[in-house]
Design a protein around this ligand. Structure first.
Ligand SMILES: Cc1ncc(C[n+]2csc(CCOP(=O)(O)OP(=O)(O)O)c2C)c(N)n1
Ligand SMILES: [Mg+2]
Length: 638
């Protein structure tokens, strides 16, 4: 087989696969609503023998040769997983119009990205993953870090990316790169299909030269569509809404990604339909909109959940109906409740046996509003919603200003953050007890403010995501604040070093409660007595981890990465350190100890976590009885 393009009439350029890859990526643009941007705005990487000579050499050559438009910025992260999280954070911040690539070596460098890939795909966020792979020629097999599967020499550890990628390919010959990259760009920019895109690059192929057709490297624009609703589907949706007395909107991430917030606000005002939100959708409607009623579901508030329980129609917009949104299929409790789902992906639109409107959220809302002209819900219903929301706002105030002693409740920290963050500052969080508190308490003023990864809920996402968000917003005058628990912090603190070396500003709020407030409370509720959920020394007499506090110092650890750390003793000190950090120029970790056991915001819902059916422990038997009671309200919407 020749190493050049067969079509004799095309001018060609001789480059390695690595060089061709980088050159191609610099020429890809996305476009939506006339806004053109570089699709792959940069590359995170860690080099090993798999990519140092191929993609690594190409990135070096680009940094030497490229003019401004052709440049591919490169950042060295500390952990490959952190690079993917940063790319996902970047993509979320840019509303999926742009993302980053991540290049790794083979073996562990590659598989370190699998969790990040799953996060991206679960959250429907585009990321481009470029793991290296074992030799295509197989001459030196088994190469260092090669798996070797006796059943098939074609299997490598990179096959582990297949279930967590929306597009997956392996480039065993240079020319395969052309159709593969074109298919990859389409998936990255398709709002219904997007997620992790993985292109595996055998280390020998990366360095191989080929005569590429020049037109492969021409500037290419990928138009991100806004699919319009099918008119008959829209008619069915309009009829369903007009027939409802107590309709309720669930606004999901799709509203934010489609930049449909303004249209949603207007639609709510005109139709008088109250709007609840999910973790990805919070801020889609501003909390002080007269029809906003906040977070719904397992960690939702009493107002949204009371309305959900009595709604006769749920209008889900851009939501995937996670179990937290549906309270494990107990939130929408009326026997006759029906659903209208607007979603760019048919898979989501079809959930709960809904009247499906497969369309872009903004396009569908505009069309819907036109056809709903003159119709609105009863005043009494709107007043009921507003009254319930007022009541919940009193609860928010209590949670935000508890004055809990000796250590503050973490809700007081959120109160300070909610007061101090500006409208377009970003708060980032992903796992622990914090997402639940934020879901029911946070008063989001804009769709930019609330950045929660609660589809994969990955401990360790927060710090690298803050790095990605900061890279996305550049030197815009906005603060990026990652809130991280002590458990999450210990999973992935090392990207603080990347933040320090890049000299960029993020604020990390590190809440140290010496354990898992989240899983601890859950453990107690399922009768497992907080077993193994505290960071404590092993106690000689009990044999368990319930001895003295572990003598580690997370604040000192944070400082060791090269960022400034400020310890706050109590909530007033925290408020003032926060103000200083927000006004300042440099990255700061704000460290504060909080109470492991709350007090937590009052719950108003359920979450299905099965409790042991048989046990010798009284705590478990009692929890099982409560669990069986909870199951009685669970249903399919058929
Ligand atoms: C990578 C990963 N492992 C395990 C879990 C399960 N999990 C959810 S929350 C949590 C504890 C989080 O502890 P911390 O960050 O201290 O937050 P807290 O619960 O104290 O608020 C665990 C282990 C997870 N979400 N992600
Ligand atoms: Mg903790």
């Amino acid at each position: 087989m020749s190493s050049s393009y067969p079509y004799a009439h095309a001018p060609t350029v001789r480059l390695t696969v690595g060089q061709a890859l980088v050159r191609f990526l610099t020429q890809q643009y996305s476009e939506r609503d006339g806004d053109e941007r570089r699709l792959i705005a940069g590359t995170f990487g860690i080099f090993g023998h798999g990519n140092v000579a191929g993609v690594g050499q190409a990135l070096l050559q680009n940094s030497v040769d490229a003019k401004e438009d052709d440049a591919m910025p490169y950042w060295l992260m500390r952990n490959e997983q952190g690079g993917v999280h940063a790319a996902a954070g970047f993509a979320k911040e840019t509303r999926r119009r742009q993302t980053l690539a991540v290049t790794t070596s083979i073996g562990p460098g590659a598989t370190n990205m699998v969790t990040g890939a799953a996060l991206a795909t679960t959250n429907r966020l585009p990321v481009l993953l470029l793991p290296s792979d074992q030799f295509a020629t197989r001459y030196p097999d088994p190469v260092l870090q090669q798996l070797e599967d006796p059943r098939s020499l074609d299997i490598s550890v990179n096959d582990a990316f297949k279930p967590v990628s929306r597009f997956w390919d392996r480039i065993n010959r240079p020319e395969q790169l052309m159709p593969s990259l074109l298919a990859a760009m389409r998936v990255l920019t398709d709002p219904a299909e997007t997620g992790a895109v993985t292109i595996c690059l055998p280390q020998d192929v990366q360095a191989e030269a080929y005569d590429w057709p020049q037109e492969f490297f021409s500037r290419r624009i990928w138009h991100i569509p806004r699919p319009a609703p099918d008119p008959t589907a829209l008619e069915r949706a309009v009829a369903a809404i007009k027939a409802a007395k107590r309709p309720l909107i669930v606004a999901g991430g799709g509203v934010v990604y489609s930049e449909a917030s303004e249209v949603l606000r207007e639609f709510a005002s005109v139709t008088g339909i109250p709007v609840t939100d999910t973790q990805s959708g919070k801020g889609a409607i501003n909390f002080d909109h007269p029809l906003a009623v906040g977070g719904v579901g397992s960690t939702g508030n009493s107002a949204a959940n009371a309305l959900a329980a009595q709604a006769d129609l749920i209008i889900g917009i851009g939501t995937r109906y996670s179990d937290f949104t549906t309270a494990s299929h107990t939130a929408f409790a009326r026997p006759d409740v029906k659903f209208v789902n607007i979603n760019v992906q048919a898979f989501d639109a079809a959930k709960n046996s809904a009247t499906m409107v497969v369309a872009d959220a903004r396009a569908a809302l505009v069309a819907l509003q036109e056809q709903m002209a003159g119709w609105h819900t009863d005043d009494a219903y709107q007043q009921e919603a507003a009254g319930l929301w007022d009541e919940w706002n009193d609860v928010i105030e209590q949670c935000y200003h508890r004055g809990h002693e000796p250590l503050p409740a973490q809700t007081e920290v959120f109160g300070a953050l909610n007061d101090e963050l500006a409208e377009r500052d970003v708060i980032i969080n992903a796992a622990g007890s914090m997402p639940g508190d934020l879901q029911c308490l946070w008063r989001a003023t804009s769709p930019d403010q609330y950045h929660l990864e609660y589809a994969y809920s990955t401990m360790g996402y927060e710090i690298p995501a803050a790095l990605g968000v900061r890279l996305a917003i550049g030197d815009e005058d906005r603060n990026v604040v990652a809130v991280v628990g002590d458990g999450s912090y210990q999973m992935m603190p090392m990207e603080l070093a990347t933040i320090a070396s890049e000299g960029i500003k993020v604020i990390v709020v590190l809440l140290d409660n010496a354990g898992f407030a989240s899983i601890g409370a859950l453990s107690e509720s399922v009768g497992s007595q907080r077993f193994g959920t505290k960071y404590r020394m092993r106690d000689a007499s009990s044999g368990r981890l319930d001895g003295a506090p572990v003598p580690f110092d997370l604040a000192a650890n944070a400082a060791s990465w090269g960022v400034k750390v400020v310890r706050s003793d109590g909530i007033e000190e925290f408020r003032s350190s926060l103000r200083t950090a927000l006004d300042g120029e440099e990255s700061v970790v704000l460290y504060i100890e909080t109470d492991l056991t709350g007090p937590n915001p009052p719950g108003s819902s359920w979450w299905d976590v099965p409790v042991s059916e048989t046990s010798t422990l009284q705590s478990t038997t009692a929890a099982r009885a409560a669990y069986e009671q909870g199951k009685r309200d669970q249903r399919h919407h058929l």
